[in-house]
Design a protein around this ligand. Sequence first.
Ligand code: NDP
Length: 446
Amino acid sequence: MSEYINAVLNTVISKNPAEPEFHQAAKEVLESLEPVVERHSKYQEAKVLERITEPERVIMFRVPWIDDKGRVQVNRGFRIEFNSAIGPYKGGLRFHPSVYLGILKFLAFEQVFKNSLTTLPMGGGKGGSDFDPKGKSEMEVMRFCQSFMTELQRHIGPETDVPAGDIGVGGREIGYMFGQYKRLRNEFTGVLTGKGLGWGGSLIRPEATGYGSVYFAQEMLKTRGETLEGKVCTVSGSGNVAQYTVEKVTQFGGKCVTLSDSVGSIYDPDGIDAEKLAFVMELKNVKRGRIKEYAERFDCEYRENERPWSVPCDCAFPSATQNEINLEDAKTLLKNGCCVVSEGANMPSVPEAADLFVEQKILYGPGKAANAGGVATSGLEMSQNSMRLSWSREEVDSKLNGIMVAVHEQCMAAAEEYGQPGNYVMGANIAGFVKVADAMLDQGVV
Ligand code: NDP
């Protein structure tokens, strides 16, 4: 690592103590940018790296609400408005007990580069709360969402900052937050994406992240003259991204054999077909049950507290959470012949695992490229809201596919240009960075 990059990273670490996930994300990006900074001194002269690693604004607030027993509960809410050089802040809201500043800074930072790769005009942001929707009643979730939005509404807007869903925030939560925003501001606008179809949502938005990650895998496979047809695939998670990953892999002729949640995984060697997937969707989205019930219903193996990575596969689609593939998991995947890893989740591979995938030259699509389809389709939802019209399912899906092809091309071109063909990590970081950095230069010292 060059002296300059090292100095920037040390500043990030000392200014953001005890935020290891943010340090991890910053280190990966900064390392990739070394050859860019060497070739173009303008970025160092204008301190672009120092600026791009510092959020434009961090908002942290109290979220008080009343539970079903009439007791007061207090959570913490956040919004990180990281970079608006190329458009309004855009990025999801996460409700999970593990949420704190470091997780959201890492996610918002990644979002800046991801959004740039989508080719759409969106800046990067992320937010959420340490609220745990699990085990809460409908009314408790609604009261929490209303209280959360009562504060957040003063910081966001369709031209300023447009949040979406993430872990723990799906259509239900977006609905409650949208309702509260509308009531407080007396405005019906596209302030959130992932909305219901009857009130401003876009077709294909729920499917977009999972579909996009599969389209990206398909593009990577094309470079080696292959397709997903006949490939055995492991998928982690069983939420939004995992479900639509399974759907699209199956449509492309692949076979998904695993799913998981935070307490275990299932292994179904016969494959998760459309009927079984419908069961998972009902189980997770409506009943809000555990994936273990899949194993009971379809009589297959359930592995308590285990992730799916020991199951032999051709392609892996990590779609649960950050750092869910450790070095041992990566070695096991490679030993078993896995040749594609397409990250539906954000930063699911620890740095050593990611390094190993790059070193072994497998087709490794990092989250900021592979899962960009979600935010890209949110961008398409924003466009439809602005124009006050709705595109058909086919139209949105084809635009999503086109965007994933473009994301893939940009990664390939940047990696090639800087002498590391096929290195999607480097390609995504560089291509995402250059557009934002040049916009920052154009806009002066802001
Ligand atoms: P959901 O809440 O719908 O599903 C999350 C899934 O991951 C659940 O099965 C959950 O299990 C599991 N999970 C969550 N935390 C952990 C953990 N600490 N350990 C093990 N499993 C865990 O979220 P999404 O599907 O929307 O998000 C999944 C990933 O995709 C995240 O990394 C997110 O940032 C990323 N992503 C999502 C996008 C979107 O459009 N939704 C866009 C781009 C990226 P359990 O039910 O037990 O909690």
